[in-house]
Design a binder for this molecule. Structure first.
Ligand SMILES: [Zn+2]
Length: 486
């Protein structure tokens, strides 16, 4: 059973690995040595192969996943990376790692300007509204929030600083208020997405074409244009950052350079991730991330990618309303993250039957010791996740476990089932919904009273206390609701 092989790294080896990693001071709090780690591999787009997960400082894993551009409601395709990287974090934490998950919000972008113009609204207001919707819609997946959700508009100074470094190193140039990255100044450009520089199109259309030294170059900073209502002062005049530089700056701010995993949809590999990687390598002389982990697209019939620009989207909130959160989560985990995933109502309906099998298994199980056959399936579940985060194989192992539990006596420990479902965000199947313990209900009532008395400090403190117990109070239209977060 090679899959379940456990290796115990020596501390000096770990230290040697950590030496090359620069962590930001804000992230350097509590740390923990991973004393007993499973061998975990993840497919890396740059090398085209599975790489061992080599951690940074003392078992820390930094994950940066590109989040949505907030110009309309998030669709079920946007939910895929959210789920993949949230569940990956749960798995790695269960394996003993200290994981910091960063999912950014792109809240300044051409698409937002365009959508705001069409709607006759300010782009700032539109971005704020859609950010709030994104938070509320993804909250309904009940996987908790990422550790950091930086906004591009709140990272402007670090972005300007990074562009300035690129200019002073000769990798970028200013021209009439725009700043462009000099692509041919970086020989490795194209490595990440396996493209030949002579056959590339940055997708910027005719914009700035006359100002570029080379059509390959891409914008780091764009001068403010008439009709654009959001811009900042910079050494190059008023303007706003390009999309790619936003992510390089936000990732470095929160995770340093050389962090473990950079994630996102495969449609972002070029030009977005190629450009992110190029900017950081050119400015810092070091790779932004060790592993580039890309999820496949959600497709709607006919192998067509679901995307706002193609107009064939299904909103995440609508799909949760129609099929339920559990079925949506199960469906998103039922395919290998690297493969395309078809959105089909019958697949989501079928998920309900699978979920019911889990619920029934949970009801039958007592607290007895797991049998050997169950333990094999339990190991296979974790081995599948350790092998390039293979969730369909993990789900197959989960059902293998249930079959073994049904056949064998004594009944296996419910704890094993809880552990597996907890990683997948489906532990609620065993608990039933909304059954908060009395202590939690009492805390929530005290918080209500504090809010009614406008004692916000107490209300916030009680909310934090509930969060520490794994419960979140959501102030819904029909009064406060208690939701289990892990
Ligand atoms: Zn990004």
């Amino acid at each position: 059973m090679q899959d379940s092989l456990r290796v115990r790294p020596l501390i000096p080896e770990l230290c040697a690995l950590h030496g090359a990693v620069g962590w930001s001071p804000r992230n350097a709090a509590a740390s923990r040595i991973v004393a007993d780690v499973r061998f975990i591999s993840i497919h890396d787009t740059r090398t085209g192969s599975a790489l061992p997960l080599q951690t940074g400082v003392e078992g820390r894993v930094g994950i940066y996943a590109c989040g949505p551009t907030v110009y309309s409601r998030v669709h079920v395709g946007n939910a895929r990376p959210f789920v993949v990287f949230s569940v990956l974090k749960r798995f790695l934490e269960r394996e003993g790692y200290h994981v910091t998950l960063v999912v950014n919000v792109t809240d300044v972008n051409d698409k937002i300007y365009d959508a705001a113009r069409v709607a006759g609204r300010s782009s700032d207001e539109l971005a704020r509204e859609m950010t709030a919707h994104y938070i509320a819609d993804t909250d309904r997946l009940r996987l908790g929030r990422p550790d950091f959700e930086p906004r591009a508009t709140e990272t402007i100074q670090p972005i300007i600083g990074l562009i300035d470094d690129l200019v002073s190193r000769g990798h970028a140039y200013a021209e009439q208020g725009d700043v462009y990255f000099r692509v041919r100044s970086l020989p490795s450009y194209g490595d990440l997405s396996h493209r030949d520089v002579d056959q590339m199109d940055q997708g910027e259309g005719v914009e700035g074409a006359a100002l570029k030294e080379d059509p390959l170059d891409f914008a780091l900073w764009k001068a403010a244009k008439p009709g654009e209502d959001v811009f900042w002062d910079s050494p190059w005049g008023t303007g706003r950052p390009g999309w790619h530089i936003e992510c390089s700056a936000m990732a470095e701010e929160l995770l340093g350079v050389g962090f473990e995993i950079h994630g996102g949809g495969i449609d972002l590999a070029f030009p977005h991730h190629e450009n992110e990687a190029a900017q950081t390598l050119a400015a810092r002389g070091e790779q932004l991330a060790r592993i580039w982990m890309h999820n496949g697209m959600v497709e709607l019939g006919g192998h067509e990618k679901m995307s706002k620009s193609l107009g064939n989207i299904r909103g995440l909130a609508d799909v949760i309303d129609e099929f339920g959160r559990d079925a949506v989560l199960y469906w998103l985990l039922s395919g290998h993250y690297r493969q395309p995933l078809a959105f089909a109502p019958e697949t989501l309906e079928a998920a309900a039957a699978s979920l019911q099998r889990i619920v029934e298994a949970g009801r039958r199980l007592g607290g007895a010791e797991p049998n050997a056959e169950c333990s094999d399936s339990h190991d296979a579940f974790f081995a599948a996740l350790a092998d390039d985060f293979n969730t369909p194989r993990a789900l197959a192992a989960l059902f293998g476990w249930i079959n073994a539990a049904n056949r064998c006596d004594p009944a296996p420990a419910r704890g094993q089932l809880e552990g597996m479902l907890g990683i997948l965000g489906l532990a609620n199947l065993l608990e039933g919904e909304e059954q908060a313990p009395a202590e939690v209900v009492a805390l929530a009532q005290r918080r209500d009273e504090a809010r009614a008395a406008k004692d916000w400090a107490t209300a916030d403190a009680l909310r934090d206390e509930l969060a520490a117990l794994g419960w979140e109070v959501r102030d819904g239209t029909s009064g406060p609701e208690l939701i289990k977060t892990f």
